[in-house]
Design a protein. Structure first.
Length: 334
């Protein structure tokens, strides 16, 4: 064992891929300007039976496979012959392994971008494992997804008390925990960040709404648009000061002189203060940006004037020199 400072550790960049559902990308989080699933990590989708976990995972995988991403979907709750008909692309592959070593071999062979295990309770070791064995299972999944740089989604069923069937510690062992819950409306459900998210934010604010269709699911919410990180407010356009009204130009310049100490504010009498509209002595951010913009424009104009003056001065000086030399030559030959 040893200790290191930050310069001795090679940083691993967080690479994200979009799911095809912008709301799902939003709750998975952002790195830089890229939203979506962080690769090389594990997430848990936990919900009651019949909530919509499998249908949502299939819909997401079809969207990702349409962009050429490789999918490996382990399914043990339905017959593969029937379930395989849900795939819409050749890069969407299926597996029926139930032992951890076999699942790992399949992942290393196919090297998929996205792995879905439906459900985590299908793994033989998970069914009979103690808390320590389940922790080792998750550690092995983490090792293999970092090696392949894939993302593994474990679908988990909830007990009546709200804990994950088989292990209440599972949400704490994965990188990202998602909760999938039925809504009061028939056929509607929600997906939100759970108690853990190493690569994003948690809380009820990060909730998305969904509903079942005849053959798939669709997202019906747009909560991401209320998030300033997803939908930042546009920066106001700074107007040149000469485009403002004369009264506004004077007001900004006058208060700027007062604020900078170049001009003392005149004391006003009682009646002047009574009927005058209050004017703040401190400039607003927008007004400061206007002044800064115009200072830059003025400086640019001054630089251009200096350059033109230097060029003109050079021509005049050159003419004088040539004129002097020419005059001497003429007088010498006379």
């Amino acid at each position: 064992m040893a200790t290191y400072n930050r310069n001795e550790i090679d940083p691993i960049p967080v690479i994200r891929v979009g799911t095809g559902f912008e709301e799902l990308d939003w709750i998975y989080g952002v790195t830089g300007s890229k939203w979506g699933i962080p690769m090389g990590t594990i997430s848990l989708w936990a919900g009651e039976a019949g909530t919509g976990k499998t249908k949502t995972a299939v819909a997401m995988c079809n969207k990702m496979a349409s962009r050429g991403m490789k999918i490996l979907f382990f399914q043990a709750e339905s017959d593969l012959g029937t379930f395989s008909g849900k795939a819409e692309h050749d890069s969407f592959r299926f597996g029926d392994s139930r032992f951890l070593n076999d699942i790992k071999k399949d992942i290393l062979t196919d090297r998929p971008d996205i792995v879905v295990v439906d459900s985590v309770n299908m793994i033989k070791e998970f069914k009979t494992g103690t808390a320590t064995i389940i922790e080792n299972i998750i550690d092995e999944f983490k090792d293999i997804c970092k090696e392949v740089r894939s993302h593994i989604i474990l679908l988990g069923q909830l007990n009546q008390n709200g804990s994950v069937k088989g292990s209440s510690a599972l949400p704490h062992l994965v990188d990202i925990a998602m909760d999938i819950k039925k809504d009061n409306l028939d056929g509607h459900f929600s997906i939100r960040t759970g108690i853990k998210h190493r690569y994003g934010r948690i809380g009820n604010a990060y909730t998305t709404g969904w509903r079942h269709t005849d053959s798939s699911v669709e997202c019906i919410s747009s909560n991401r648009m209320n998030d300033k990180r997803w939908n930042p407010a546009p920066k106001p356009v700074v107007k040149p000061i000469w485009e403002l009204s004369p009264k506004k130009q004077y007001d900004i310049a006058h208060r700027n002189n007062i604020a900078s100490g170049r001009l003392k504010e005149k004391k006003k009498g009682f009646w002047a203060k009574l009927f005058e509209e209050p004017t703040p002595s401190i400039l607003t951010q927008e007004e400061l940006e206007i002044l800064e913009y115009n200072r830059a424009m003025k400086q640019m104009g001054n630089d251009q004037f200096r350059a033109e003056a230097d060029e003109l001065g050079g021509r005049i000086l050159g003419g004088l020199i040539l004129g002097t030399i020419g005059g001497k030559c003429i007088s010498k030959h006379m």
